[in-house]
Write a protein that binds this ligand. Sequence first.
Ligand code: HPA
Length: 273
Amino acid sequence: MIDLNFKYSELIEVLSDEAPFTPDIALILGSGLGDFADRIEKLKTISSTSLPGYPPSTIVGHEGKIHFCRYAEKNILIFQGRIHFYEGYQLSQCLIPVFISYKLGIKKIFLTNAAGGVNLNFNSGDLMLITSFNGINIKKELTNFIGVSTIEGKNNFQNFPSVSLNNIIRKAALESNISLKEGVYWFNKGPAYETPAEIQMVGKMGGDAVGMSTAHEAVFAAYLGLETSSVSLITNMAAGISPNKLSHKEVTDTANLAKDKFESLVKNILKLI
Ligand code: HPA
C-alpha cells in the first residue's frame, strides 16, 4: 500500500507555500485542450518540474504547468497537462493532480479529456458529458495499485459523477448553444489505440467514447470525497468507425478547431459553479 501523504509530503509542502490563494475548484485539461490556460487570468504559474516528485510530462501538448487562476470571482487551480498511465508511470503517480487538489482543500474537480467516438450518433468535434465509466474494474485496480479501498475513505460514490455538477454542465452547454452529447467513457490503458474489433466490443458493451485517462482520477476524487464531473472532446471517431488512421495529430488538430467552443463551455461552467 502506498501512503500518498508520506510519498508526496514534500511536494505538497512546496506547493502550499507557493499557493497565492486557497482554490475553490480544480480543472485538469486533457490532450489538445491545454490552450484554455492561455485564455484565463493567471495569478501564478508553477512548473511541475519544480515540484519534488512530480513526474515530468512526456506527451506533446501536455505542458506540465500548474496555474492559479481567477475567473468569475472564483479561485481556480488549473493543471495544464496530466500524467498518463501509458507514459509508464504508476497509477499512484497519475493521481497526483487529484491528490494535490484534495490537499489544497478543493471540494470540486472538473476533468476534461480527448476521446474517440464509439457512439455512431457522435461526430468528431462533439463534446460529451461523462455519465459513467467502464473498461476495467477501476475501483479494483485502484485497490490493487495504491491500496485504497473504495468502500473506506470519505467516499462520494453515491454521487458519482456529481449530479449537481453534471446539471451545471448541461446548463452551461445550453447557455453556450452547444449541443452536448452524453455517454459512458470507456477506459483503455493504452498506449496503443484500440483495434476495430475492440471498438465493436466497446460499443456493444455500452461504451460511447474511448480514451486513456480520467477514469482513475474520477474514482480517486470520489474516494477522497470531492465532487467530480468530466467532459470529453470527441477528437476522432474510434478505430474502424473512422476511415482515417488514428493519430495524436488528428487529436490535437480537432482540439484546435474546437478551442472556442470548449472555452465557452468551461467559462460558463465556472460562472455557474
Ligand atoms: N482512443 C483512445 N484514446 C483516444 C482516442 C481514441 O480513439 N482519441 C483520443 N484519445
